[in-house]
Design a protein around this ligand. Structure first.
Ligand SMILES: Nc1ncnc2c1ncn2[C@@H]1O[C@H](COP(=O)(O)OP(=O)(O)OP(=O)(O)O)[C@@H](O)[C@H]1O
Ligand code: SF4
Ligand SMILES: [Mg+2]
Length: 323
């Protein structure tokens, strides 16, 4: 078990009018202080649902089972007082689509100051203002931009403000859910640089979610790949991106060719079909209908996530052949 985050057997099922949607199934995930772990997978595979359990932010229609241990304490069963302290001060989140979640009629400096004021009301105003300036400078913006309203900032600057908010109460863990998807590639690279520099400088842990494996490979120490709500591969990021074991992780990796990779240029690869409906997964391996290596046995049982060497694992019955 790691010191910071240890998720064990986590499953999340949404109740809907048309029936239950088991969005996350029996997921284990470990994240140590100072480590950046990437969570990858196509749309609908359960990344945001899994991430929402870390701060217990899932909607009331969701039933969560398993354990989400933050610094050894289970987030799923802790009392409201402890949960309030955990949110922002222990762990914080940069949301998917965060660009639109800033309040348009409040100066960004006041919005960054808010969690500091809520969690440490005894800190005098002057010190809060100084801290807001320091946070803006940490994310590469001049302190005077605290007076700006969101509409006066570019997309990249707004995203930096969101990161400054997430850092405001000095959390030990940041959960970043597609923090740069809405930005153009150049700004995306700048924002990701800021994030990774801060994580390393401040020694906090980060769970970074993206469907883009190449972004994760650049930034993360390890990558966890999900499919149909389950983890299907984990390992050091350069290996999962470059030499994936599982056919799905391999296809996902091939969908984002490396710069200068001539072979990929001349043989562009894609993944046929769509990810499965979590409420109606195919029998056995959920990837079987799209898998180029599928054989009849693949549909008989859900493949177990097996260790492969010291630091890798994958869930594919043909793993022995791949190795
Ligand atoms: N509140 C909800 N009620 C019912 N079903 C939901 C709810 N939120 C998500 N789902 C379903 O759960 C599954 C997983 O969704 P989730 O948002 O976790 O996927 P994701 O991997 O984050 O996808 P994306 O890359 O598009 O953000 C999807 O099938 C989605 O439709
Ligand atoms: S178990 Fe079979 S279908 Fe699933 S990934 Fe492996 S080869 Fe493909
Ligand atoms: Mg999502």
């Amino acid at each position: 078990m790691t010191d910071l985050l240890s998720m064990r057997g986590v499953s999340v099922t949404y109740r809907t009018e048309t029936g239950d949607v088991p969005a996350v199934r029996d997921v284990d995930l470990e994240l140590a202080s100072g480590e950046i772990v990437g969570l990858a997978g196509e749309s609908g595979c359960g990344k945001s649902t899994l991430a929402s359990t870390i701060l217990r932010l899932q909607p009331q229609t969701a039933t969560v089972t398993g354990e989400v241990l933050f610094e050894g304490r289970d987030v799923l069963t802790m009392g409201w007082g402890d949960l309030r302290a955990l949110r922002w001060a222990g762990a914080s989140m940069v949301f998917q689509g965060a660009l639109h979640s800033l309040n348009p009629v409040r100066r960004v400096g006041d919005q960054i100051a808010e969690p500091i004021r809520v969690h440490t009301p005894e800190v005098p105003d002057e010190q809060v203002r100084a801290r807001v300036g320091e946070l803006l400078e940490q994310v590469g913006m001049p302190a005077v931009r605290a007076r700006a309203y969101p509409h006066q900032l570019s997309g990249g600057q707004k995203q930096r403000v969101m990161i400054a908010m997430a850092l405001a109460c000095r959390p030990r863990l940041i959960v970043a859910d597609e923090p740069t998807t809405a930005l153009d590639v150049m700004v995306q690279a700048q924002v990701l640089d800021v994030l990774s520099a801060l994580v390393h400088e401040l020694g906090v842990g980060m769970l970074m979610i993206s469907h883009d494996l190449s972004v994760l490979a650049e930034l993360c120490d390890r990558i966890v790949v999900m499919y149909g709500g389950r983890v299907i591969e984990t390992g050091p990021s350069k290996m999962v991106f470059g030499e994936a074991l599982h056919p799905y992780a391999d296809a996902l990796s091939a969908a984002f060719p490396r710069v200068g990779d001539r072979a990929a240029r001349f043989a562009p690869s894609g993944l046929p079909g769509d990810p499965p409906d979590p409420a109606a997964l195919p029998p056995g391996c959920a990837f079987a209908p799209r898998c180029p290596r599928a054989i009849e046995d693949c549909t008989l049982a859900v493949p177990e996530l097996l260790s492969f060497g010291d630091d890798r694992s994958a869930a594919c019955i043909r793993l022995a052949e791949v190795s």
